[in-house]
Every structure is written in structure tokens, then in C-alpha cells.
Write a protein that binds this ligand. Structure first.
Ligand code: 0O2
Length: 226
């Protein structure tokens, strides 16, 4: 936001009457409450993944999950997405239309671990699969690979049960490395992203897919007797 825009917002605030200010404060509280529910849903799913990781390591003597990163979508990012989709802003519309407010990224050791974990999580009776996008079996044209799941999970509050949506991205270390670098390069300011660069990135994605395949073959040989 520029200095001028900040000043405009400050001036607009000074002109707000008490009744409108009351509504603004109430809406802000409702927004914070909704974000808290999403945070709780994220914690529920993270715990489930950690439990699966523990149990798997008992059985196979290694951890399928290398790391888990969670994030709540920021207010500016929510507004940008709602505007882009031309959906009028209100809390119900946000909840109905955005499925990635709560996001969990699970970085796995091997490609097979991605599917093993997804299957184990989706078989739990309080998890409902809303949508699945398998960009590992069907990578995006730019080479992006990951398994995306949109699930709903209940959270139990003092006086009610709420069912919240969570986006889970499961990927290997190699897929995560490629996606992080792709993101950094593609969104670099003041730099044109040329077709040659896109082709080079695609070729790196193909190499990273080969690496995953070879590492998974090695894993299969090592774990053959388990
Ligand atoms: P952030 O900050 O990571 O959340 P939609 O999200 O529904 O508008 P789409 O394409 O239907 O758009 O969703 P999809 O395919 O499930 O992908 C959404 C998320 O996947 C992105 O979130 C990225 O995190 C990741 N992703 C998808 N494609 C690429 C890609 O080509 N490169 C990289 N690095 N990541 C990708 P956001 O909303 O972009 O941002």
C-alpha cells in the first residue's frame, strides 16, 4: 500500500460515524473468529498427520514426513481472490467459495509416502474429501507436481461443532524444492519471465520427477523385506 493510499484510508476512517464504526468493529471480530476456526481445523489435520507419521515410523523405522508447513491465507490475499472471482465480500461467501484459507503443506520423503499418507488420512471417518487434484500423476504444463486435497474436518467448540475446509498439499522434497524455486523465479519483480526460462524450469521439473522415481525404486529395494 502506498503512503497516499494509507492516508486515504486514515481520512476515510475519520469520517466514519459511530454506528458505522460499530459495524466495522463487529465485522472485524467475526472475521477473526472465522480465522480462529480455520486455525483450529489446521491443528486437527496437523495432529492427524503427526500421528500417522509416528505410527509409520514404528512400523518401518523411518519417517514418511520430512516436514509440515501450515499457513492461514492473509486478509489481502482473501480480498484479492474474491475480487478476481468477482464474488461479493461477506463471511459466508468467503467460507463457501474459498477452499484454501487453511493450508497445510506436507513434505514427504518418497513419492509413495505421499499416496500412503493421503490414503490413511482420507480413510479416517471424520475426514471428508471434497476435491482431489493429482498433479503428480498429471503434472501441470509448467512441470508443477504435488497432490492437492481439499478436505473438511469437524472442530468441536464449547457449544457447537463446525465443519471447516482445509487444503492439503502433499509433495516430495524434490517437488517442494522445484515449487519453491519456481515461485521465487516466477514472481521476481522487475524481471521478465521468458519462454526460455519456462522451458528450462520444465526441464528441471522433468529431472526432479526422474529423481523421485529413482529414489522410490531404491526405497522399494531397501524395504522389500519389511
Ligand atoms: P499460496 O500462497 O501458495 O496459497 P485456486 O487456488 O483454486 O485459485 P487452482 O489453480 O485451481 O487455483 O488451484 P490449485 O491448482 O489447487 O493450486 C493452488 C496452489 O497450488 C497455489 O496456491 C500454489 O501453492 C500451488 N501451485 C499451483 N500451481 C503452482 C505452480 O505452477 N508453481 C508453484 N510454485 N505452486 C503452484 P496459490 O493460491 O498460488 O498461493
Amino acid at each position: 500500500m502506498s503512503k497516499q493510499q494509507i492516508m486515504n484510508v486514515e481520512e476515510a476512517f475519520l469520517e466514519i460515524d459511530n454506528q458505522t464504526m460499530g459495524i466495522v468493529i463487529e465485522r472485524s471480530k467475526e472475521f477473526v473468529r472465522l480465522m480462529t476456526y480455520y486455525r483450529c481445523a489446521m491443528m486437527e489435520v496437523e495432529t492427524k498427520l503427526n500421528v500417522l507419521n509416528q505410527e509409520f515410523s514404528l512400523r518401518h523405522d523411518r519417517n514418511p514426513i520430512s516436514s509440515i508447513k501450515s499457513r492461514l491465507k492473509t486478509m489481502p490475499s482473501i480480498i484479492e481472490k474474491m475480487e478476481r472471482r468477482q464474488i461479493p465480500m461477506d463471511l459466508d461467501a468467503i467460507e463457501t467459495n474459498l477452499t484454501d484459507i487453511a493450508g497445510i503443506r506436507v513434505i514427504c520423503a518418497f513419492e509413495q509416502d505421499v499416496y500412503t499418507l493421503a490414503k490413511a488420512l482420507l480413510s479416517q471417518d471424520d475426514i471428508t474429501l471434497i476435491e482431489q487434484k493429482d498433479y503428480i500423476a498429471n503434472p501441470k504444463p509448467n512441470g508443477y507436481r504435488s497432490l492437492h486435497l481439499i478436505v473438511s474436518v469437524p472442530i468441536f467448540l464449547q457449544n457447537e461443532k463446525r465443519v471447516m475446509k482445509v487444503e492439503i498439499q502433499l509433495r516430495t522434497i524434490a517437488m517442494d524444492c522445484w515449487a519453491s524455486l519456481d515461485h521465487q523465479l516466477r514472481y521476481k519483480k522487475h524481471h521478465e519471465f521468458t519462454n526460455e526460462m519456462a522451458e528450462e524450469l520444465l526441464s528441471c521439473a522433468i529431472m526432479s520427477a526422474q529423481l523421485d522415481r529413482r529414489m522410490d525404486e531404491l526405497r522399494e529395494k531397501v524395504e522389500y523385506d519389511d
